[in-house]
Design a protein around this ligand. Structure first.
Ligand code: COA
Ligand code: ZN
Length: 304
């Protein structure tokens, strides 16, 4: 049987939060609709953080209010504190993804919290999400390195994973927020988290800042992980991580996995078209390889 890898599309949140372009709510909804048309079933559609911290996500309540709920998509809202969780519940998010932080200085700059404070905040917020009957997931940000403090201790990552499990987090992403992981570091982190939090489902979140993201996805899939975050066009980055560039591109991941014999349920041509459409609304090129080269085998050649 073909192994299925599920892709969580993060373009509308991680992708747009750091882009110089200011998309309207209508343009964001069109982006989301195009992704749904390409087969996306689960996506981060916005974040409920301080509008002062991330102005580009200030319109997330309006985006959630405008979603086409007749589609089967699970719309994820990002939240980092109690106020964010309450706002996400009010917006009828289908899932809430909480953000933990694995290192001190990034944690202070991104969310005003140390690693342990972020875990304490999760413990406070989780009951609210559970009471609302909404699935709770979490991401450990800077799990592979902090732009200010440097190397991150796997012990901290493991400890946060264990606390996530205790808080009832169903799925945990290890986030390479600044794109410093390599395939072997990915394996070590996965092995460690499986020991500390054996009941939590794993997801991986990679940025391609240093060109390692696809190799890291392959390493994670080899290690048995079958949920991967990606953003159409490879747009994105964190406003609090200097020099952080885009997420691994959805179409590049889909190409690699489908060539490798995995099933993603996504339509490569529609993803590429969406990446090209993004260039017109963002008014700058996107970074994905597939949006430039196209798929293979080339469709025209197949026809003739
Ligand atoms: N949504 C909207 N506003 C919020 C909020 C939320 N989730 N949480 C706090 N605020 C507002 C408060 O109401 C307060 O507003 P005021 O100044 O008008 O009174 C202000 O933000 C400060 O609140 P405080 O609780 O002291 O937060 P803080 O200044 O310590 O900041 C965060 C903490 C988490 C709110 C902030 O750092 C943040 O939103 N970070 C987001 C980072 C992010 O999204 N990074 C990328 C994704 S990981
Ligand atoms: Zn990210």
């Amino acid at each position: 049987m073909t192994r299925r890898i599920d892709i969580v599309e993060v373009g509308p949140r991680d992708g747009l939060q750091n882009d110089p372009a200011n998309l309207t709510v209508e343009q964001k909804l069109e982006f989301i609709a195009r992704l749904e048309e390409a087969g996306v079933k689960r996506m981060e559609s916005g974040s409920f953080v301080s509008p002062k911290a991330v102005p580009k996500m200030a319109d997330s309540p309006a985006v959630f209010a405008g979603l086409d709920r007749s589609k089967p998509t699970r719309h994820i809202a990002l939240a980092l504190n109690e106020k964010g969780v309450r706002r996400a519940i009010d917006a009828k998010a289908d899932e809430i993804n909480f953000v933990l932080v694995a290192s001190e200085t990034f944690g202070r700059k991104n969310q005003g919290m140390s690693p342990q404070e972020s875990a304490d905040m999760l413990a406070r917020c989780a009951p609210l999400v559970h009471e609302a009957g909404i699935p709770l997931s979490a991401t450990i940000s800077v799990a592979f390195g902090d732009p200010y403090d440097g190397e991150v201790d796997l012990g901290v990552v493991g400890n946060l994973a264990a606390q996530s499990q205790r808080a009832g987090v169903a799925e945990l992403a290890l986030g390479d927020t600044i794109g410093v992981a390599d395939p072997w570091a990915v394996r070590r982190a996965i092995d460690r988290v499986r020991i500390e939090a054996p009941d939590v489902y794993l997801r991986m979140h990679f940025h391609d800042t240093r060109g390692q993201a696809l190799a890291n996805v392959a390493a994670a899939v080899d290690a048995g992980v079958d949920v991967i975050d990606a953003s159409c066009g490879g747009i994105g980055g964190c406003p609090f991580a200097p020099a952080a560039t885009g997420n691994v591109a959805t179409e590049d991941v889909v190409y690699m996995l489908e060539r490798g014999g995995f099933e993603t349920g996504l339509d490569l041509s529609k993803l590429i078209n969406t990446a090209k459409w993004l260039e017109t609304v963002l008014k700058h090129p996107v970074s994905s390889a597939l949006s430039k080269a196209g798929g293979f085998p080339v469709k025209e050649r197949l026809i003739t």
